[in-house]
Design a protein around this ligand. Structure first.
Ligand SMILES: [Zn+2]
Length: 245
């Protein structure tokens, strides 16, 4: 059972030259064996359309604290049974993760025991230490550090350190180039806190899966990272991973 915790839907213009819509998503899910996926888009209506029309697809509400009314919008989406939490992209939307403007949405998540996925790995707005400030301010909210520090070894190591220090910080593997750091992360933060994500369509789900499979982790833990941990976090069960203590 593979659960992809990080997918974008929509068009990503001339800079990236990629897009992912409903048909392409279905094709990817089938060809890569993705049983469940989580998608998002800055225009939440765009994500909702796909979520509602595609089995196995769940959403995260894209929240931008720079927009007025963002908490009200998020409340509406969080009432939807297939929207499981919030996505924050401090780099793209231009704010500090622990800006007081972010706190109202964290309070909403705390009330619902729902997680937030935060982009990490780029200065100045998405460094592991500043995401840690947010996680420390809301210890009851699961904070998933998307990309677990991304492409820079200093940030990757810092992301793992933060997840060791903070019980509520989880790591998501997409876009992080070192397969061996996935094993190190699981060994240091424990078997439940590292989740597979692809960041499709920027990265191919198969390529991202291969990193987990080649990480050097035993099969039971590979299964946990690829799917059971996301099920545990998003749905409170961990189908497929019960053989691991
Ligand atoms: Zn992403």
């Amino acid at each position: 059972m593979v659960f992809d915790a990080h997918m974008h839907v929509g068009d990503f213009g001339p800079m990236f030259g990629v897009s992912l819509h409903r048909d392409g998503l279905l094709e990817l899910m089938e060809s890569c064996g993705l049983e469940s996926v989580v998608v998002f888009h800055p225009d939440n209506a765009c994500a909702r359309e796909i979520v509602e029309s595609t089995p196995g697809v769940y959403g995260l509400v894209w929240s931008n604290p720079r927009l007025s009314g963002y908490v009200e919008e998020a409340r509406e989406y969080l009432a939807h049974p297939r929207f499981l939490g919030v996505k924050l992209h401090p780099l793209l939307d231009g704010y500090h993760p622990n800006d007081p403007a972010v706190h109202p949405i964290m309070r909403e998540l705390a009330e619902r025991n729902a997680p937030v996925l935060v982009h990490s790995g780029h200065p100045i707005f998405s460094l592991p230490w500043s995401i840690e400030e947010l996680a420390a301010a809301f210890p009851e909210v699961p904070v998933i550090m998307g990309h677990m520090g991304h492409g820079n070894i200093v940030y990757i190591n810092a992301a793992i350190d933060v997840a060791v220090r903070r019980p509520n910080v989880y790591l998501e593997t997409s876009g992080m180039p070192m397969h061996s750091k996935i094993r190190e992360a699981v060994e240091r933060v424990g078997p439940y806190k590292v989740l597979y994500g692809s960041d499709a369509p920027f990265h191919h789900p198969e390529v991202e899966m291969l990193k987990v499979k080649l990480s050097g982790l035993p099969d039971e833990l590979v299964r946990r990272v690829l799917g059971a941990n996301a099920r545990r976090l998003f749905f409170g069960d961990d189908a497929g991973g019960r053989s691991v203590r």
